[in-house]
Write a protein that binds this ligand. Structure first.
Ligand code: CP
Ligand code: NVA
Length: 317
């Protein structure tokens, strides 16, 4: 992870761009250990007395609950700070909010619309800042996804992953996470909905180092062919509700993950989705509720992966 420019010792997690392959390995290893310890009834309170401040500009189920439960399990405490309930709503700047909250809490997590907001928060906070989803990135989701893939496939390097649908925040970070761990990823996205260009460039460069092939295509069948993992996300991310009709016209039916798409993948391919899902849109019910879907383990792994991130950023492990 990158060292912040404002403090020589703190680290932030704003996107998978901030994570070196060695950081990813360390987090996955610690996450597996914490998961095992928690399940065996022998959890360690590595963050006793620590507080996480959680700023939410947008709704959340998984991110909010998994961070709060994770802090509790580690012996710490999490504070929910809805953006409409704090003085940001009345015009207090992100800079002043960052400086103030840094005097109370040990770490900040923020879910924001504009990625620049979480960057600003990180630049002015003296404590570590974690991106809990911005319009551009969702690193916590990708760490949980990699943990899930590792559990099911017993490896990362050499696998083939297909993304179908919107080249959105999750897709951007998944490209980076895949490239850095040696997973070849093909993203099938309609014209105008591709992942960010600089992310694709970086992912391709990272892939050259690990042997991962990064491909952007508009053809779902090309992406899904012989894949080990099929992934999708909503066609209508938070904040894009006004584009519902135009998006449905572009994405449906071509980019839906259904049994025909799953048939193109390997026999033992798994299906993943960060959730929340819309059955009948980006995925059919028979796929997401079927035997190859791992979405509930994926959701659970948000908890374990984030506990590892919190411990690393707060230097507790
Ligand atoms: N996957 C995810 O981030 O879910 P929430 O929006 O419920 O937090
Ligand atoms: N792309 C989705 C992810 C939700 C977890 C969104 O931004 O709404």
């Amino acid at each position: 992870m990158k060292t912040s420019k404002t403090s020589s010792s703190k680290r932030d997690l704003l996107s998978m761009q901030d994570m070196a392959p060695a950081d990813i390995s360390a987090i996955l290893k610690l996450a597996s250990r914490l998961k095992k310890e928690q399940k065996s009834g022998k959890p360690r309170q590595l963050l006793r007395g620590k507080t996480l401040g959680m700023i939410f500009q947008k709704p959340s189920t998984r991110t909010r609950v998994s961070f709060e439960v994770g802090m509790n399990q580690l012996g710490g405490h999490a504070l929910f700070l809805g953006a409409s309930d704090i003085q940001i709503a009345r015009g207090e700047t992100i800079e002043d909010t960052a400086k103030t909250l840094s005097r109370y809490v040990d770490c900040l997590m923020a879910r924001v619309y504009d990625h620049a907001d979480v960057q600003k928060l990180a630049a002015h906070a003296s404590v570590p800042v974690i991106n809990g989803l911005s319009d551009a990135f969702h690193p916590c989701q990708i760490l949980a996804d990699l943990l899930t893939i590792q559990e099911y496939k017993k490896k990362l390097k050499g696998l083939r992953m297909a993304w179908l649908g919107d080249g959105d925040n999750v897709c951007n970070d998944l490209l980076l996470g895949a490239a850095k761990t040696g997973i070849s990823m093909a993203a099938a996205c309609p014209a105008g909905y591709e992942p960010l260009e600089d992310v694709v460039r970086t992912a391709k460069a990272e892939g050259k180092k690990t042997g991962a092939e990064i491909t952007i295509t508009s053809d779902p069948a090309t992406a899904a062919k012989d894949a080990d993992i099929i992934v999708t996300d909503t066609f209508i991310s938070i904040g894009k509700e006004g584009e519902r009709a135009s998006r449905e016209a572009v994405f449906l039916p071509k980019y839906q993950v259904n049994s025909d798409v799953m048939r193109l993948a390997k026999k033992d391919a798994i299906f993943m989705h960060c959730l929340p899902a819309k059955r009948g849109q980006e995925v059919t019910a028979d796929v997401i509720d079927g035997a190859r879907s791992v979405v509930w383990d994926e959701a659970e792994n948000r908890l374990h992966a984030q506990k590892a991130v919190l411990c690393m950023l707060m230097k507790a492990a």
